[in-house]
Each structure stands twice: as C-alpha cells, then as structure tokens.
Design a protein around this ligand. Sequence first.
Ligand code: PMP
Length: 463
Amino acid sequence: METLALTDPTDLAERSLARVWHPCTQMHDHAGGADANIPLIPIRSAEGVWLEATDGRRYLDAVSSWWTNLFGHRHPHIVASLKDQLDTLDHVIFAGFTHEPAVAVAERLCKLAPKGLERCFFVDNGSAAVEAALKMSFHYWRNVGKPKKSRYIALTGGYHGETLGALAVGHTGIYRDTYAPLLMNPIHVASPDCYERAPGTSWEDHTRRMFADMELALEQHAHEVCAVILEPLVQCAGGMRMYHPVYLTLLREACDRHGVHLIADEIAVGFGRTGQMFACEWARISPDFMCLSKGLTGGTLPLACVLTRDPIYQAFYAEHRLGRAFLHSHSYTGNPLACRAALATLEIFEQQDWPSRARLLGQYLFNALAPLRSHRHVADIRQQGLIVAVELARSTRTREPFAASDRRGLRAYRHALKSHKDFGVLLRPLGDVVYFMPPYVIEPREIQTMAQIAIEAIDIATQ
Ligand code: PMP
C-alpha cells in the first residue's frame, strides 16, 4: 500500500494549493505575483506555543490557532488521554447510547458553569452550538404555547458562526453581506463597543448609555422575540471590540422582565480567556443558554455544547405522542475522542488557577505594548484577560480608518511571519486590528518577543 508522505517538505504547499479550498481565504492571495504572494505555510508539528514548518522554521502561535488552544499544542495530559481513549472506544451513535467521557464532561461542565445551567447538549463545532441554541429557544416558546416568538435580537458587530442561522444573527459585513438574501431577519441593536465612546467617557458610562437601545428593542419586540444572543464582553471576530460587564447585568434583568431568553455565546471568550472561567462571571449572571466550543478540548478536536436550564429542558420532556422532543442531531454528536480531550482539558483546569494566569499575562502583554501608546497610527489598545487588541487608524485623533484596500493588517501579518531570522510570529489581524490571544502557557519572555515583533510589524505596516 502506498503510504502518505505527511511531512513531504518539498511541495506540501503546492499540493495544498492544487487540491484544497482553504477556509476564510481568497485563494488567489496565494497565487504568487506582486499583489498575491501571501505564503501558505506547511506545518509538520507543534509543541507548546510553537508551530514548526516543514522547512524547520518555527512560528509562535499568538492566536492559539483560531482561539482554540489553551495549554499549548500537544499538551502531554491531553495526548495521553486521547491515546488511551483510542484503545478503548472511538465513536458510537449518541442517540440510545451513552459513554463515560461524554457523561463526565457534562457533569463537570454543569458544576463549573454559572448557576442553573444543568443540561448539556453536544454538537461538534461552534456554529452548530449557536444553531442548536437558537432552535432550542424558539422551540421552547412553541412548546409552552407562545409560537409567535420567532425572532432574535443581536448586536451590531457580533459574530456567531458561518451556518445560515448563526450568520443571520451575526453582523460582520464581510462574512454576512453576500448571503443576506438567504438569512432570517433579526433585530440588530447598536453594540456597546467602547471604541466608539466619546472622549472622556468611561467604559461603564458608555456601556450603560448604549443599553438604552437594547431596552427599547425589548420593549417594542419582546412579544415576537425568543432570545437575545451576544458575545459577553468581547466581540471577537468583529474586531476584538470590548464593553463593560454592566451590559450583561442590565441585560439579564431586562430579559427576565420581558420574558426573553438570553443566549451567551462564550465560544471564543469561555474557558478563562477573559480572566474568569466564563465571561458572564464578570457580571455574576447566568444566561439561559451558554454556547461553548474552541477551548473546550484544549484545541485538539472539534467539540461544542449548549448548556441550558432545567425548566427549559422540562418544556421538551413529555410523552412521545405530544411531539415536543428536540429532534436535532449530528452524526458525530458526543464523539468519545473529542469528549475525552475535553475531560482532560477540564482536569488541567483543576491543577491551577488558569483564569488568574490569563489575567496576569494579559496585563504583562498590555505593558509590553506600551511603546505603541504614542504611535501615530495606533488609535486604541484594549485588553480583557489574555485578549489584547491594537487598533490601527490613519488618524488617531479623528479615528479615520485606513482604506480597506491598503490591507495594513495583512502587511503586519506578513512582516511578523518573516522578520526574525530564526522564527516568526503568527498574528492574524482582523482588518486593521492586530490582536493577541496566545495559549496560557506562554512565558513572559515569549510575550516580550511577540510584542517586540508586533511593534516592528505595526511600524512597517503603517508607513
Ligand atoms: N461564535 C463565536 C463567538 C466565535 O468566535 C466563533 C468562531 N470564531 C463561532 C461562534 C463559530 O465557531 P466555529 O468556527 O467552530 O463554527
């Protein structure tokens, strides 16, 4: 049998370009030539915060491979657990059957999650978790005799995934606009995004003020709305835009008052990223649905889940003839390997206070970026836990952005990959927002290096 040369260094990138359609990519950018020469980097291995390319060059994974990795690549405990699981149970249908890894993950998540979240529904990626939560909320209201509740409220600048329901409640133009004719019609309320606050206004005051729009939308539409969905504290894909937790406090109270569910999409911000285990904890609130994915398996395998409350679960729990069940499934729901990786991840969380470490490292990184504070093209540096974002702009005074066609963020990306002779830094700016979201095992000296290279990259990109 022919064996696959997985680490063939000679033409892996070319083979990939010939046959693979890469995600979130204009493939022409990789075509070569003056305006299309972004390298496609073939990776052969990874360890800790480092990725290693087939040519031996190393890259510091400053974005945790799309925000999934928490404890570094190939963490020994996750690797050992997965090897053990492979020797025991690979996969089994999850309807009519169950298994230890899934049950153990559900038990632990319900213990860790904000109070009242006592049921766990597994799916296999973040978008699917959002779809399931949206459907569950609608279906709940139907089961309790309120079928007119069939719309959602969401925030401008939000992002909840790429499937049609998730895309509809999102509001990030480059991903959504093309598909607008296919999408349901949610009510989008202005984001409390603190980058937009007036000079001299505090985050808290701005956030409180912005809540008026949400209150109004709830007043006008609660009768037809199932749920409000939002990313707690940080709108990640929308440009790492941040707001004060008071929004969540006010929203929880308003949702209760108006009889509307609250869906917290913690897919990006959950598992310690903001400096608390879950971002909702900053406001001491419990949502009605919490979507989790990404860090759930420590960045090893795809898995996601929706946590919800018992009274919601009970609205589906009835004799078969009443037809109330949630008939939603994916073939790989509750996959034992993915669940075992999640279990190992939750065990690592028990070894140390990782959210505190994320908070400390975030502060350290924020300080390391101090030279950028007086940079003529840096309009804002913001931080929440181990998410730090630098907003580039043509003018810091008026906040006039650079022309999108300048692709300044992309210039920074390219420079950071190649600037140092021995290694590169993998930044993946969102437009002109250069951000950092590294694994929690990053060392302070690696943070210094990463910050230094990013500062140089920003200098060059904004010339
Ligand atoms: N919600 C949020 C907040 C996200 O950041 C993402 C992914 N970036 C998703 C949902 C979608 O998750 P997935 O990519 O696994 O479908």
